[in-house]
Design a protein around this ligand. Structure first.
Ligand code: FUB
Length: 326
């Protein structure tokens, strides 16, 4: 049976799901109507706040806890509150979110709450050294937390270059640009270790390598069916680290596995085929001993790309740890 949208009174996208206190919480983007025309820079994704949702059972009702954070309460934000994620640590809850700063550059902010549903109180400024979009937090079994992030084209990852002068931003590379050419390696998502208070990076973000299984070498830039585009997610299963992501213009959700939260990761395959709508984005969560894929599509809005709705499917792992839809 085709899954139904979980939330129908609002448009919601980019669902980051977590089990906190034996309840399932969803931290999605809150899509809204806009008259901004579709373009490859993603200007039509013009969101201004976040709601938090929760469920007591996977097929039960979804509670909307209301506005958890709004752009006008975040001093550094100008617009476009894109895909968020949340983490629990030290008895507190942290909402990580990307948005454009006052110069139009995507940065990543953090806001703190005492309960999973918020409201979240934002830090005055974005996380120092953060850039691009789609933060995904991961707290490992030893309590160490990491932030995975990055997105090309509208997500601006390709605008950043590391040189001996540090990290520089080139606005002329904004929009649908990325490396290309024979033997050219794809851009990597980034990972940074989070400080114990979850508010800063311990070290500068580093590249997360995704290797092609047939060569043992990084996936190439022109391999659009497998290269990283956006929508990073990290989870752990059976002692392995699973890094999953969207391939963007080829519209797949795919995954790679590794032995360390820093990688390298080896590409394994697809989790979800293209859905209705340009974007695809997800999270993977264990809830009451079953595993679920949260994702979005544009069925409810009848195909309007920037008006998406969250859905859920159960997933299973075979003996080798390969993922498939249940
Ligand atoms: O929701 C805005 C952007 O669309 C997200 O940041 C991307 O992952 C894509 O889903």
């Amino acid at each position: 049976m085709a899954p139904n949208p979980l939330i129908t009174h609002l448009y919601t996208a980019d669902p980051s799901a977590h089990t906190f206190n034996n309840r399932l919480y969803i931290y999605p983007s809150h899509d809204r109507e806009t008259d901004i025309a579709f373009n490859d820079n993603g200007d039509q994704y013009d969101m201004t706040d976040y709601h938090v949702f929760s469920m007591d059972s996977i097929d039960g009702p979804v509670t909307d806890h209301g506005v958890a954070l709004t752009a006008k309460d975040v001093p550094w934000v100008s617009k476009q509150m894109w895909a968020p994620d949340a983490a629990a640590k030290n008895g507190k809850y942290y909402l990580f979110f990307p948005a454009r700063d006052k110069e139009g550059i995507f940065r990543i902010g953090v806001a703190v709450a005492d309960t999973p549903e918020g409201p979240f109180v934002p830090e005055e400024d974005f996380i120092p050294g953060s850039y691009s979009i789609d933060p995904a937090s991961f707290v490992d079994e030893d309590g160490q937390a990491y932030l995975y992030f990055g997105g090309i084209w509208g997500g601006q990852l390709q605008c950043w270059t590391e040189s001996e002068n540090g990290l520089t931003f080139d606005a002329s590379k904004s929009g649908p640009h990325e490396p290309s050419g024979e033997g050219v390696v794809a851009l990597s998502p980034r990972v940074a270790q989070l400080s114990d208070d979850m508010l800063t990076f311990v070290d500068p973000p580093r590249d997360l390598q995704i290797l092609a299984p047939e060569t043992g070498k990084p996936i190439l830039a022109d391999d659009h069916e497998r290269r990283f585009f956006e929508a990073a997610w990290m989870h752990r299963y059976g002692g392995k680290y699973y890094f999953s992501y969207s391939t963007g213009d080829s519209h797949y959700l795919v995954y790679a596995t590794g032995d360390s939260p820093f990688g390298p990761f080896t590409y394994q395959g697809r989790i979800l085929e293209p859905v209705l709508g340009w974007t695809t984005h997800h999270s993977i969560v264990e809830f009451r001993e079953k595993w679920y894929l949260f994702y979005h599509d544009c069925e409810l809005s009848k195909g309007v790309d920037h008006l998406r709705s969250v859905k859920v499917r159960e997933i299973v792992y075979d003996e080798e740890g390969k993922i498939s839809l249940a």
